[in-house]
Design a protein around this ligand. Structure first.
Ligand SMILES: NC(=O)c1ccc[n+]([C@@H]2O[C@H](COP(=O)([O-])OP(=O)(O)OC[C@H]3O[C@@H](n4cnc5c(N)ncnc54)[C@H](O)[C@@H]3O)[C@@H](O)[C@H]2O)c1
Length: 293
């Protein structure tokens, strides 16, 4: 039975996971690598809830109650009493393996480990622990408090009972879980990444302008945003990184990052977060970048 949730990392995703867990009534212990980052991460949750109070969607009492269930720490050992530990550390296999080795020593054998990785192998991480049967992927989407979907990922080692327990846990957070096996990209990125890469190839090949490719998918397919706007939102560097991992795993052309994407990443055109990607965000409304090909 899950009562206490541990979260490793209070960055973009970890803070969202800690927030939705506390909102669902769980006690939450969230671990950051330093006091400064912990303050920043908890501050993000506080600000999100404060905005809810401002808009009249959250009462001040509810905000205090949710924050009261959250405890911050800088030590992994403080997660020892948690029933599930959800890891949302930086997307690096070395870092995650180091975290799991330490957690495996600190936590009792029944604690479930769940990784929020977008592209790394759940099996490879589970293999450094002695709890392969109690290790899953739990892939949330950004921003966590608003996005309903969660992918529950089983490795060949995961026990079916643990998959069901984590599925039920995701439901208890108010999320809509789907099940996937441990193939790089799971379900959503497996379908989304080749589509985004194809949009870049369409720009490269001069099939249409950046605006027209986006407008085509918005108005022709009813997508809320076109693929190049979405790439800017996700981050070109992040997409490039994930595409490389998927290409290494599948060796299929559809996952190969096109040269234009590589050049844009090399040039620091990472999308919204860097101010420029397929669009220039210093303009209002953002203007399509010229001279890309
Ligand atoms: N950003 C997204 O849209 C998104 C969506 C789904 C899944 N994810 C996955 O979530 C995870 C976290 O991504 P994020 O976007 O929250 O990143 P982030 O950069 O906001 O946070 C990264 C976290 O990792 C911690 N960290 C850094 N070095 C560490 C170390 N050596 N040991 C332990 N912790 C360390 C940081 O302190 C921080 O808490 C990644 O696995 C990512 O693939 C991200």
């Amino acid at each position: 039975m899950i009562r206490t949730v541990g979260v490793v990392g209070c960055g973009l995703m970890g803070s969202g996971i800690a927030q939705v867990s506390a909102e669902a009534g769980y006690r939450v212990v969230v671990r950051e690598v330093s006091e400064g980052l912990l303050r920043k991460g908890l501050g993000r949750i506080e600000a999100f809830l404060a905005k809810g109070v401002e808009k009249g969607k959250v009462t001040p009492e509810r905000k205090a109650e949710v924050l009261g269930r959250l405890e911050g720490t800088t030590s992994l050992e403080s997660l020892a009493a948690c029933d599930i530990v959800i890891e949302a550390a930086v997307e690096s296999l070395d870092v995650k393996r180091e975290v799991y080795r330490a957690l495996d020593s600190a936590c009792p054998p029944q604690t479930i480990f769940a990784s929020n990785t977008s592209s790394l192998s759940i099996t490879e991480m589970a293999a450094v622990t002695r709890r392969g049967a109690r290790f899953v992927g739990l892939h949330f989407f950004n921003p966590v408090p608003l996005m309903k979907l969660v992918e529950v990922v089983r490795s060949p080692l995961t026990s079916p009972e643990v998959v069901e327990e984590v599925h039920a846990f995701a439901l208890s957070l108010g999320k809509a879980p789907i099940r996937a096996s441990d193939r790089t990209g799971f379900i959503v990125n497996r379908l989304l990444v080749p589509y985004l890469l194809d949009a870049v190839r369409a720009v490269e090949e001069g099939v249409g302008s950046v605006e027209d490719i986006d407008r085509g998918m918005e108005l022709g397919c009813g997508h809320p945003m076109g693929p190049l706007t979405l790439l800017d939102f996700v981050g070109l560097d992040t997409t490039y990184y994930i595409a490389n991992i998927m290409f290494d795993d599948f060796h299929e052309r559809r996952f190969a990052p096109p040269p234009l994407l590589r050049r844009m990443v090399q040039a620091g055109l990472h999308g919204r977060k860097s101010g420029r990607g397929f669009y220039d965000y210093s303009q209002d409304p953002p203007k399509a970048m010229g001279g890309l090909v």
